[in-house]
Design a protein around this ligand. Structure first.
Ligand SMILES: [Zn+2]
Length: 402
């Protein structure tokens, strides 16, 4: 019996993740890697076992650039949406729920189930943010790669000092990051950015998510000041920068091509220009933003400025569903003028590039991992493929090639 080492997967369409959609396309794989991609007519002469996927599209693996897997056990919180835009109210609920359930086994099981669901949805890499050091190991044994970032908080006074001291004691190869400009002080943000630069790592933080955050940064008062005071933070010793969140981060010198601003909803036009000038990337979280009622990011303007845009689901505590297909669908509903191929890139190739893993996933090119999603697709022609992939949401049915 002839033992095939090569497989030629033929599908109605192949989306390489760069260049045009290939109708009647094919992907040649060998030993776990893609070795060629192109029209079936050009590859059919190769000695390989042919697998046919008529009515399907082979796509690159997806990349989720913002999640909190360790909050997956709090999925119930995403049942009823909070009062529109009330971030502090939601955070109070989150902290109360966390205090109620602190069984490490429950937390770990829910996180791994969430990761399994992400994989089932075509996602092969996740930028995962957490406060529990043990979350570093959540991805062990999974095909989806987990890039874990230990998130630090400490706005001012004793809390910022304590975070800086804790940071100094963390092994150098661990990725650490700041929570947000309203919860991490300027010294802590700079120290974390310096550490990320030294480790050639991405620096990712929540930025400009709510109007409440911007009010706090401008005035030092409002719902966030009240909330932080309740938590024992010496808010009075925090000097409000009097700037928007992006302008503030720029004043700290932490915006560059290895900075990923997550959410970035409440931004001024000048701040969009600043992001573009610094080369910083933005992770859109449309599902979480919709749930929280914090508004929608100025995506068209960001895209027009050439800002690298990626997608994240955020956590099950602020998003009923961890699916990049649904994130794309929401983005298209809210921004119908966006080109579907640009939206698809946000869920795949852009994230892979940002995480430095383009050589193995996020596109279909020689050398990438041959474990690729194959998606049922009713598209009649190339033009309909991206439209379907980015608008079908929960209707997407996929399996993995290998
Ligand atoms: Zn988040």
């Amino acid at each position: 019996m002839h033992e095939y080492l090569r497989y030629l997967y033929r599908a109605s369409f192949v989306v390489p993740g760069y260049g045009p959609v290939i109708a009647d396309g094919a992907v040649l794989t060998e030993d776990g890697q893609v070795t060629a991609v192109g029209a079936y007519a050009d590859l059919k002469g190769v000695d390989a076992q042919v697998e046919e996927y008529e009515g399907y599209v082979i796509t690159p693996a997806m990349v989720n650039c913002h999640a909190h897997l360790e909050l997956s056990h709090l999925a119930g919180l995403a049942g009823d949406a909070p009062t529109s835009g009330d971030m502090t109210g939601w955070i109070r609920g989150l902290l109360a729920a966390q205090a109620e359930i602190d069984d490490p086994e429950i937390i770990c099981d829910a996180a791994r189930l969430a990761l399994a669901r992400l994989y089932a949805g075509g996602c092969r890499a996740v930028a995962d943010i957490g406060n529990r050091p043990e979350s570093l190991f959540l991805g062990e044994g999974f095909k989806s790669e987990v890039f874990f970032f230990l998130e630090m908080l400490g706005l001012c006074g004793a809390s910022e000092e304590a975070a800086l001291a804790a940071l100094a004691g963390i092994e150098g190869d661990r990725r650490c990051t700041a929570h947000a400009p309203y919860s991490a002080g300027p010294r802590l943000i700079r120290a974390l950015k310096d550490r990320a630069l030294a480790g050639k790592s991405l620096f990712t933080l929540h930025v400009a998510e709510s109007a409440q955050e911007i009010e706090f940064l401008h005035t030092g008062s409002g719902p966030f000041a009240d909330f932080l005071g309740e938590r024992g933070v010496e808010v009075a010793s925090f000097t409000a920068p009097g700037l928007g969140a992006i302008a503030y981060l720029d004043s700290l010198g932490v915006l560059d091509a290895q900075t990923l601003c997550v959410h970035t909803v409440q931004v001024e036009d000048e701040e969009i220009s600043l992001l573009a000038a610094r080369g910083a990337a933005v992770c859109l979280c449309p599902g979480s933003n919709r749930f929280m009622g914090v508004g929608t990011a100025p995506v068209e303007k960001m895209l027009a400025h050439g800002i690298p845009l990626v997608l994240g689901t955020d956590s099950l505590a602020s998003n009923p569903n961890l699916s990049l297909w649904r994130e794309m669908q929401i983005l298209r509903q809210e921004h119908p003028a966006l080109p579907p191929e640009a939206v698809f890139a946000m869920a795949s190739s852009n994230g892979a590039r940002l995480l430095g893993i383009s050589a193995r996933l996020g596109v279909i090119a020689p050398g990438v991992c041959s474990s690729l999603p194959v998606v049922r697709c009713p598209a009649k022609n190339e033009a309909e493929v991206f439209d379907y992939l980015t608008s079908a949401g929960a209707d997407i049915k996929l399996e993995w090639l290998e």
